[in-house]
Design a protein around this ligand. Sequence first.
Ligand code: NAD
Length: 312
Amino acid sequence: MKALVIGGAGFIGSSLCRRLLEMGNEVVCFDNFSLGNENNIKDLKSKKGFSVIKGDASVFEEIDKAFNDNKPDYVFHLAANSDIQASATNPNVEYANTYSTTFQILSCMRKHNVKKMFFSSTSAVYGDKRDVALDENTPNLAPISYYGAAKLGSEALISAFSYMNDLSVLVFRFPNVIGENLTHGVIFDFMHRLKDDGTQLRILGDGKQTKPYIYVQDLVDAIIKFMDVPQGVTLYNVGVEGATSVTKIADIICEEMGLTNVKYNYTGGEGGWKGDVPRFNYCLDKIHAAGWQAKYNSDEAVRMTVKKNLEA
Ligand SMILES: NC(=O)c1ccc[n+]([C@@H]2O[C@H](COP(=O)([O-])OP(=O)(O)OC[C@H]3O[C@@H](n4cnc5c(N)ncnc54)[C@H](O)[C@@H]3O)[C@@H](O)[C@H]2O)c1
């Protein structure tokens, strides 16, 4: 199979490229390198069957050329602005990198008659509904971040393009993913700040924001297991057992970095920033019933991530 991995130089995309190559597939990594980087894919460049295209998937001509030149069998769409906090002050970046990329990619699939797709959606599409168990049939989705809105809009485009063009699409909604080659997020930020100053740490909110963190290899396992779906859209929540608070993340990082007596300075308030959903109750019954379960729980994933990023 020839796979086109859009956003392939990113944190999750690079792990997915690696796994697809190990399975014997040809892999074309397409990325504009706005958040992804060369380092994530440097070990893949010499591998047979791997190629890289630098381009912007929100520009039809650029992504169209990649389809034209490579004739992919399967499209993995991971391109987005994954830095939700950053787009709070600049919604345009979500329109371009999260929403328009989806429209242009689907337009290319339509034009080039490519039928199979994986789409990386997010728990952010649900919005702030902390008192209900969020399953795939939760009604009245009301995202509270521009990012969540652009992903929900993308899901709507996928629904229509799939129906109109007989596509087979796997959509995963997942919460925080962590592991080697992190490009952003709370662990990434804390580790960088503590390397600069190991005596104190600024923590956004009250530190009680508690979310499930899934290890990247667990997510990649799930993508590979479910990628062959029937015609139409197949949707799963993907996540882990348990959840980890922001303060616990700071504690684990300090422990692993050998730092004692770090002073935590909380900025206060419930959420880390406007648009952050501080807690949610994610229902994984559907994917568990389909025979998949994450190997690592949330605390284990956090500790492994810290160790891997310290080793790197
Ligand atoms: N990491 C998480 O916690 C998480 C949770 C839910 C969903 N997701 C989604 O999974 C996908 C991958 O996330 P990630 O954590 O690897 O983030 P990432 O930022 O590391 O990867 C996204 C990649 O897309 C690229 N990109 C952005 N705009 C582009 C454009 N216009 N054209 C071409 N490439 C473009 C970036 O350069 C980057 O390499 C994203 O769609 C993200 O929204 C991530």
